[in-house]
Design a protein around this ligand. Structure first.
Ligand code: NAG
Ligand code: NAG
Ligand code: NAG
Ligand code: NAG
Ligand code: NAG
Ligand code: NAG
Ligand code: NAG
Length: 926
């Protein structure tokens, strides 16, 4: 009765004095089934069932002792996920966080678990269970970085991860403050009460902060071994003033060990060491020393060099007995095995004494995922009906949530969100605008509603899937100018209004079908004028350059014409300058050789095998004496131009060498006969392969892409690799030849100018082939490379559709492939135009890539058409998509690099003609 009341009084006193701590303690019985108060401590324990949905509560077979919290544990699945408890904290307050693990007995076939313990993103410790009955205790001292911390269990290497208890204990004032706490946590490696009366640890309520002070009587491998002879345990019941820094419990300070023979020594293992550590020693004189007695000793180990020389005199440092002296070593590097001894000094009458010690390892705090990214990730979680994403802690570290991907930067950023068809409801969180690391956003197939949030700052965003949702409102104009955007899918939503023009320039895969209220902007003059207006400076500079060169050429030309007494030519086209500037001496440098007519007659068996009808005449097969196969082209209508001109042109053409241009081998010039000799292309024209006889083997999509890429490269070389550039003017499938390896080469280039000379009498008629002819050139006779681009666009459409450029049967009254394909592609319907031989055998996304660029090529206004370089990149993208090397994801990553490395001298000179100008999309035209 007396005992009980005594206990109650003490308990009441303790309770009131530490009331605030007790209330702030969080004690979680992991796997426990109900809430209860531990009678031995008075602490309230709560079951984790309410907030931990993962894993399962499991009974422990042979719990060590009768503590309720060790009757059950929580087992987690063996997988790559992490399982986290979120604990509320007060930012910048210091806490002790403790997790304990008792496995119970090992069933047959079980393996002991080994797994990782994390605090936020910081790896706290590896939990390795080696003794089923032991309670493994992990403690960490933190200054709370925010208003919560996550304690996570993950990454099992063996067995099933589990946890028994989780405790959060706030500390007071500046306890355990270190100089390094901005960047380091302290993992407790040892906290030992020397001279303990029993094996029981001292903790709450003896320690108001509920630290666990392990007894030095515990027998464990490599734990406090190598004890010096003459070590004795002493105790006192007198009070001890412990008001220094860390407020160790009086009970701990009331016991100690002394080295009666002059030495105190111990050896123990420090888990997770070597490391930098903070070490504390707690000394209080608890023996009543006589007036002429002293206790002085030194640390006799090299570990703490500064202190090895210092003499410890407790009474002096603590101003007397029963007062704590607490020297701490703020930063020492310790080994896995800590071995230390205190040795009395010669003039000391008593041996060394030690009441307690604590050693904590510095753990560098790892960066959590960027807060803005976390906010979005959490918001998206809440939108999921399943809400199964709980208890996963930080989105990225140590392992990322299964539906997202992260960068390895500091802090980690979310790079990909993959929530396709997850039944999300609600609006896309507006915080998404802060996710600067985001490259891919997959939110398709959900029930998202509302407007598109501001994503204009997501400069790394490459791929966006929003299709099959219920999103509404306009497409914000910034979408057209997101610098990294490669693909945008918004089909089957309810977007409305005008599509930003930047999305339609062919650089971006853009699918918007199934949005009835969404429409293309009327690519009208307003838009065009806007571009003109905004780029007036660029244009002005270009015009000055152009006019300057015109004047220069014109003057040269006139001089020349006067010399020749020929005033007929007043053309100021660069083509004239081309032949003029190089006039005269170039013949000597020519590479094409002269081949006599008899030799050609012999080679062609007297022009007996006609293999084609080129733009400028019939073509015959021939075989030279050396066995080389050739195509011999007899130029028609050669009556009017001067021989000199022909020879000069041939010399120039023979100097143009490129893998994707049909090489000119030689020429022959007889009266009224001009003959060009080309390398023979075994596989004929592309036209034959697409539209030819039914027994032709059909080209598959990859073969078509490769041909397109080859031909585009040949044209790009003509446009940018020759100075001045050469405009082909008659790009069509019958001018794209296939060699024995089915590699494509462009033929009949460079003859255009000459032909122009030939045809001066009908110069008002634009050259070219019906169906391929650039309407702008046709209308105003302004010849640019973009005319070739137009024709090449038609070639691309033929490759996609397998149809001819002009046909009343195929296309109805519009009669041509361009109108027909354009109307379907703009409706987002690429499937209906695809060659039936391709459908099912080619990836739609790959075809889309080409279709989009093809439609850009055949834009009415040449300024809106891409340059050949851009076309090549688009085709290469399509190849990557088709081959699956890009996996639909990294479409042409680094394409800008490829683009810049591709620049020739000429293009860098013309850099001023920005791509934005050439495709009609100026950033400022938003
Ligand atoms: C235990 O206590 C917590 C916190 O007070 C409460 O949320 C939870 O519902 C309780 N659990 C049970 C099983 O009573
Ligand atoms: C903790 O600090 C408060 C002052 O903030 C003080 O009143 C209280 O006594 C301290 N608790 C202990 C156990 O030292
Ligand atoms: C204190 O020491 C005495 C002997 O000096 C011993 O009899 C007693 O059991 C010790 N008490 C504790 C609590 O260790
Ligand atoms: C401790 O000292 C080491 C060596 O001087 C130093 O590298 C380290 O940054 C210091 N601090 C911590 C917290 O480890
Ligand atoms: C200390 O004093 C006692 C008597 O008070 C004496 O017996 C003892 O020898 C002295 N010890 C030393 C080391 O002086
Ligand atoms: C110890 O006592 C001395 C004099 O008695 C005093 O000057 C000093 O401040 C005291 N030290 C502490 C830590 O109280
Ligand atoms: C995240 O990236 C890894 C490696 O790059 C990849 O294996 C994984 O599939 C990606 N996860 C998601 C959800 O895309």
């Amino acid at each position: 009765m007396g005992l009980l009341s005594h206990f109650l009084v003490i308990f009441f006193l303790l309770k009131s004095s530490v009331l605030c701590q007790v209330q702030e303690f969080i004690s979680i019985d992991c796997g426990g089934t109900n809430n209860y108060t531990d009678r031995s401590t008075g602490l309230a324990w709560i079951s984790d069932t309410v907030f931990m949905k993962q894993g399962k509560s499991v009974g422990v077979e042979n719990p060590n002792g009768n503590k309720v919290q060790y009757q059950r544990k929580r087992d987690f699945p063996i997988d790559s996920k992490k399982y986290c408890y979120t604990l509320r904290t007060e930012e910048r307050r210091r806490y002790l966080v403790r997790a304990t693990f008792q496995y119970g007995s090992l069933a047959n076939g079980d393996t002991y678990p080994q797994f990782q313990l994390y605090l936020d993103a910081t790896k706290w410790s590896t939990v390795s269970i080696l003794d089923a009955s032991r309670i493994y205790v992990k403690e960490i001292i933190i200054r709370a970085p925010s208003d919560f911390v996550d304690v996570c269990i993950c990454c099992a290497t063996t067995g099933s991860p589990f946890i028994s208890t989780l405790e959060l204990r706030p500390l007071n004032l500046s306890m355990y403050a270190t100089d390094y706490e901005d960047n380091f946590f302290l993992e407790v490696a040892a906290r030992i009460n020397f001279g303990a009366p029993s094996e029981d640890a001292i903790r709450y309520p003896d320690d108001p902060y509920d630290r666990i002070w392990d007894s030095d009587l515990i027998r464990r491998q490599n734990y406090l071994v190598g004890v010096a002879p003459g070590t004795e345990r002493i105790n006192t019941s007198k009070n001890i003033d412990t008001r220094t820094r860390e407020y160790p419990p009086v009970k701990v300070m009331q016991t100690a060990v002394v080295g009666t023979k002059g030495t105190l020594s111990y050896r123990l293992n420090l888990e997770d060491f070597p490391a930098n550590a903070r070490a504390y020693a707690y000394f209080a004189e608890i023996e009543d020393l006589g007036k002429n007695e002293t206790r002085k000793f030194k640390l006799e180990q090299p570990f703490f060099p500064d202190y090895s020389n210092a003499v410890v005199n407790i009474a002096e440092n603590a101003n007397g007995s029963y007062t704590l002296y607490e020297p701490s070593y703020m930063n020492v590097t310790l080994d896995f095995v800590l071995s230390f001894s205190f040795v009395k000094t010669r003039d000391s009458t008593r041996g060394p004494l030690l009441n307690a010690m604590e050693i904590s390892k510095y753990l560098e705090i790892a960066s959590k995922t960027d807060g803005q990214d976390v906010a979005v990730a959490n918001a998206l979680c809440l939108m999921s009906a399943e809400s199964s994403q709980m208890n996963e802690g930080d989105p990225c570290v140590p392992t990322n949530w299964e539906w997202l991907n992260c960068s390895s930067t500091t802090p980690p950023r979310i790079t990909k969100i993959d929530l396709s068809r997850r039944n999300l409801k609600g609006e896309i969180p507006p915080e998404i605008k802060g996710m600067e690391g985001l490259t891919e956003l997959w939110l398709d197939g959900n029930s998202l509603t509302g407007l598109l949030p501001d994503m204009s700052s997501l400069i790394n965003l490459k791929i966006v899937h929003l299709e099959d949702n219920k999103l509404t409102g306009p497409l914000p104009s910034y979408l057209g100018s997101l610098p990294s955007l490669q693909a945008l899918f918004i089909q089957n939503n309810s977007f409305s209004g005008e599509i930003p023009s930047g999305l339609l320039n062919g650089k971006i895969i853009f699918n918007y079908e199934g949005n009835p209220s969404l429409h293309r902007g009327t690519k009208d003059k307003v838009h065009f004028q806007l571009i003109l207006g905004t780029s007036i400076g660029v244009l002005a500079i270009l015009s000055v350059l152009f006019l300057g060169s015109l004047v220069l050429f014109h003057n040269l030309r006139r001089k020349k014409s006067q010399q020749k007494g020929d005033s007929r030519h007043s053309s100021t086209k660069p083509s004239t300058a081309y032949s003029m500037v190089r006039d005269g001496h170039l013949m000597d440098e020519g590479i094409a050789c002269y081949i006599t007519l008899p030799a050609l007659k012999e080679a062609t068996n007297n022009f007996s095998r006609k293999i084609g009808m080129g733009s400028f005449g019939s073509v015959y097969y021939g075989k030279m004496k050396d066995g080389k196969e050739v195509a011999v082209k007899i130029m028609t209508d050669s009556s009017t131009h001067g021989n000199h001109q022909f020879v000069t042109e041939v010399a120039l053409l023979s100097r143009i060498h490129h893998r994707n241009l049909v090489p000119l081998i030689g020429y022959c010039e007889e009266e009224y006969q001009h003959i060009l000799v080309y390398e023979y292309m075994h596989n004929g024209t592309l036209r034959d392969h697409i539209h030819g006889s039914a027994n032709q083997k059909h080209l598959d999509w990859l073969a078509r892409l490769r041909i397109a890429e080859d031909a585009a490269k040949g044209l790009e070389y003509l446009h940018t690799g020759c100075n001045p550039s050469i405009i082909h003017r008659d790009v069509k499938t019958s001018n794209i030849l296939l060699d024995i390896n089915m590699r494509a080469k462009v033929s009949d280039f460079g003859l255009s100018r000459q032909a122009e000379e030939d045809l001066t009498h009908i110069s008002s008629v634009a050259r070219g082939t019906v169906g391929y002819l650039d309407p702008e050139y046709y209308a105003n006779q302004q010849l640019t490379e973009k005319s070739d681009v137009y024709s090449f666009g038609v070639v691309l459409l033929e490759l996609i559709t397998g149809r001819k450029p002009v046909s009343t049967e195929d296309y109805g009254p519009e009669m041509n492939i361009v109108h027909w394909a354009r109307s379907l592609i703009r409706k987002g319907d690429v499937i209906s135009i695809v060659d039936p031989f391709l459908s099912g055998n080619a990836k739609t996304e790959s075809i889309w890539r080409v279709a989009e660029i093809a439609i850009q090529c055949v834009e009415q206004h040449s300024v809106s058409r891409p340059r050949m370089q851009e076309i090549i990149l688009a085709i290469q993208d399509a190849v990557k998509i088709e081959k699956g090397t890009a996996g639909n994801l990294k479409i042409s990553s680094g394409s800008s690099k490829a683009q810049s490395s591709r620049k020739t001298l000429l293009t860098s000179f013309l850099e001023i003609e920005s791509p934005d100008l050439s495709n009609g999309c100026l950033p400022s035209a938003r």
